[in-house]
Ligand binder design. Structure first.
Ligand code: NAG
Ligand code: NAG
Ligand code: NAG
Ligand code: NAG
Ligand code: NAG
Ligand code: NAG
Ligand code: NAG
Ligand code: NAG
Length: 487
């Protein structure tokens, strides 16, 4: 009885105390502190999760775009998806609204949304619904000119300024482009024709170019018919490109590379399908004296689980612009089919820089003319100002688990006296060939080894060990190029 009374009394006392209690500064501070702590815990979880995702160490467990609290629809800004109305203003207004509010998501609804180039902003998601198509306007008068890339010093095709990209961004952070397999279509055909007829006074623009940006996540969209390179991350950090489709005609779509990581670090490209008119992927880092001066490498890049087709160039390339250096690259689980070349490393005197620590493993080559190519005389220079004594270093490259069929030349490793290929390793290679000449594993100025079963028999420039590490055949230092050169 007494206990129960005491309890009730205490309760009453407690109620009576509440108003004063809340007025106390001390308590208010405590409450604020607790709320702040909860917010920090939530923010931390998201931040850590994102970091892991950006580094390719985790898969997003939920769709990243849902993290944005503010969502707009493109049509709310007066856009018309009829394929004829030019919607540049709508894109710009929507994105500027997102910028003002510190971030948000822009939904592109089903329809054909014609637009001139526009800029993205930080903390934004561009979300393309199923059957949403962003169409790049193909009249170059709508395309702004930008200064040349500092590490190229030159518009790449033409001196001076270059056309910007259809979708562009500079100095951004936290950008997501995703959706339900909507399409970004560059309508490149008229650009390719004008380029061929030499009617353009400036270098063509990429479909998407993000410069000096970080924390970029691109997934579940289709990119097609870019006027020039398709995806061009330039001097970026933390870039994930996953589950995308990249398409362009296999011929007569000049320079429509799929993805060109250029002076980028910490990047993952995975689970994607690429079929284009030039290289599927080409890792770059600047051109000759301009790239040497800019001096930003492409490093820590993983490329995996891709199906690639390239009838003009190669499935995955490094170079030829690599003057800032390319290192710590993993290329694995690739299927390259009906292509001219599988893997290519291309460089030349004047580039400087290095290509090193590159691991290729589990590559399947199906009907590929030349499987693996290293070429050191890719003599294409921005201008006469390059230094012919700036010699790139190529070393520590390994190929493991190379399979295939219908391959004409499995390997053509052509170093030169100036640029020898050093410490190259081939292990576990078996490629079905279509060409019955004797020397189809071609080498010059190359040093390294082969380990285990290699078919067809490797060139004699390499030391050959069995799986147990026993030397089978010592290299014969034969540095002349094979005479039966076959392009
Ligand atoms: C965007 O459009 C969808 C339908 O397409 C609608 O459900 C949604 O409410 C719209 N959102 C906004 C912010 O208007
Ligand atoms: C887009 O960004 C570039 C580079 O920051 C700038 O030169 C250009 O004027 C911007 N375009 C628009 C329409 O704001
Ligand atoms: C890949 O993207 C497609 C749409 O483009 C989607 O249906 C599919 O679920 C995605 N796959 C994964 C593993 O996210
Ligand atoms: C996405 O769309 C492209 C082009 O329309 C198509 O080729 C591809 O198969 C689609 N991807 C998925 C996963 O549905
Ligand atoms: C290229 O320059 C020439 C001469 O200045 C000019 O007549 C032509 O219209 C320009 N072409 C384009 C596509 O800008
Ligand atoms: C690449 O990753 C390694 C190991 O994680 C790190 O030591 C190195 O600094 C990274 N390189 C760049 C250029 O970020
Ligand atoms: C090798 O790559 C293929 C894709 O080309 C993939 O299906 C297979 O699982 C990979 N093998 C291993 C051992 O990772
Ligand atoms: C040769 O390259 C391999 C990687 O392919 C590396 O592990 C090894 O240390 C290199 N050897 C020398 C002598 O640098």
């Amino acid at each position: 009885m007494a206990d129960s009374f005491k309890l009730q009394h205490r309760k009453l006392e407690y109620r009576r105390l509440i108003p004063a209690f809340l007025l106390s500064h001390y308590t208010l501070l405590t409450i604020l502190w607790i709320v702040g702590f909860i917010l920090i815990v939530i923010w931390q979880r998201t931040a850590v999760e994102r970091l892991l995702i950006y580094r390719g160490l985790a898969s997003p467990t939920r769709p990243i775009p849902m993290l944005r609290p503010l969502v707009f629809n493109l049509s709310d800004f007066g856009a018309v998806g009829d394929g004829v109305t030019v919607n540049t203003k709508a894109f710009e207004t929507a994105i500027s609204e997102i910028r003002k509010r510190g971030g948000g998501q822009l939904n592109v609804e089903p329809g054909h949304w014609l637009t001139a180039p526009f800029n993205l902003t930080s903390h934004m998601t561009l979300f393309l619904a199923e059957n949403a198509v962003i169409l790049g306007i193909d009249d170059e008068n709508y395309w702004p000119l930008l200064p040349p890339l500092p590490s190229y010093g030159y518009g790449r095709e033409r001196r001076g300024p270059r056309y910007g990209s259809l979708i562009h961004g500079q100095n951004l952070k936290d950008v997501v482009i995703t959706g339900h397999n909507g399409t970004i279509n560059g309508q490149g055909r008229s650009w390719w024709e004008k380029y061929r007829k030499k009617l353009l006074n400036h270098t063509r623009g990429p479909l998407l170019q993000l410069m000096w940006s970080r924390d970029i996540y691109i997934s579940d969209v289709t990119f097609r018919d870019s006027p020039f390179w398709t995806l061009h991350p330039y001097d970026c950090q933390n870039v994930v490109i996953r589950n995308v489709t990249i398409l362009a005609p296999l011929t007569e779509a000049p320079n429509t590379d799929g993805i060109d990581p250029d002076s980028c670090v910490d990047m993952v490209i995975e689970d994607s399908y690429i079929s284009v008119g030039d290289d599927g992927v080409a890792i770059k880092s600047g051109w000759d004296q301009y790239g040497i001066a800019y001096s930003r490498p492409s490093s820590n890049i993983t490329i995996r689980n891709l199906i690639v087709r390239s009838m003009i160039s190669a499935g995955v390339s490094i170079g030829s612009e690599m003057s800032g250096g390319v290192s710590n690259i993993i290329v694995e689980n690739l299927l390259i089919w009906n292509s001219k070349r599988g893997i290519r490393i291309k460089t030349s005197p004047g580039r400087g820089g290095h290509i090193r620590h590159v691991i290729y493993r589990n590559l399947t080559l199906q009907n590929v003319r030349v499987g693996i190519v290293i070429k050191t005389d890719y003599n294409e220079h921005p201008d006469e100002g390059y230094d012919p004594n700036a010699l790139p270093v190529i070393k520590d490259i390994s190929f493991t688990g190379i399979r295939g069929q219908g391959v004409r030349i499995p390997a053509r490793i052509y170093g030169s006296a100036e640029i020898p290929v050093q410490n190259i390793t081939f292990q576990d290679m078996s490629v079905g060939i279509t060409y019955k000449k004797k020397r189809i594993f071609q080498c010059s100025f190359v040093q390294g080894r082969v380990i285990g079963k290699i078919f067809p028999a490797p060139c004699e420039n390499l030391d050959w060990y069995d799986d147990g590490g026993k030397l089978i055949r010592q290299s014969i230092k034969k540095n002349t190029k094979d005479l039966d050169y076959d392009g």
